[in-house]
Ligand binder design. Structure first.
Ligand SMILES: [Zn+2]
Length: 187
């Protein structure tokens, strides 16, 4: 089975695009997507609990960036931040208000498989102003994965009080490494 994200993640991104560019924008994005992607994300009724191919999701949001953005992936980042705000504020609002960035980030590996049907996320290093994760078990992870994941995680950290977050992606399963290394640092 292809690597999938939970329907709720897809639906908030669809909402983000729809709020910004409306039905006409969606028509433009659909016009550049493959038949497989269209079938996966628009050819069926997707619920919060459905699984959605992560690759099709990324094709959709990268297409939005190419059509409406500057081609610098800022729209991919913005959509991930929006998803973090909607998803995390819904479920973890009170928790985020009282916890520290590292406390929040340390909990993410435990909920990873609620949001993805593949991959093992583990903490490689955790400090009060730094977190390093290893994401393994997803050798065919799609292109631009790190932009989505790191923007979401950094936004979660920001909601938990982190200032000036910066992210990095050192190793990558797409280059044959056994894991992707995701790092987040903040003040
Ligand atoms: Zn990677």
């Amino acid at each position: 089975m292809a690597g999938c994200l939970k329907g709720s993640g897809w639906l908030t991104s669809l909402e983000f695009v729809n709020n910004k560019w409306g039905p006409e924008g969606l028509v433009k994005i659909k016009s550049v997507l493959s038949k497989e992607d269209l079938e996966e994300i628009f050819g069926r009724h997707i619920l919060d609990v459905s699984w959605v191919n992560f690759s099709s999701y990324l094709h959709f949001i990268v297409a939005a960036d190419k059509i409406f953005g500057r081609g610098d992936m800022e729209i991919v980042r913005e959509a991930a931040r929006y998803a973090a705000q909607v998803n995390l504020r819904g479920v973890y609002k009170i928790f985020l208000a009282v916890c520290t960035p590292s406390f929040f980030l340390n909990r993410v590996p435990r909920i990873w498989n609620t949001y993805y049907n593949v991959g093992i996320l583990s903490v490689a290093e955790s400090k009060k102003d730094k977190m390093i994760y290893h994401l393994a078990g997803w050798p065919d992870i799609p292109e631009y994965h790190e932009i989505n994941h790191l923007s979401y995680l950094a936004e979660g950290a920001r909601l938990a009080g982190a200032k000036n977050t910066k992210t990095f992606h050192n190793f990558c399963q797409r280059r044959g490494d056994t894991f992707c290394e995701y790092g987040i640092i903040w003040d």
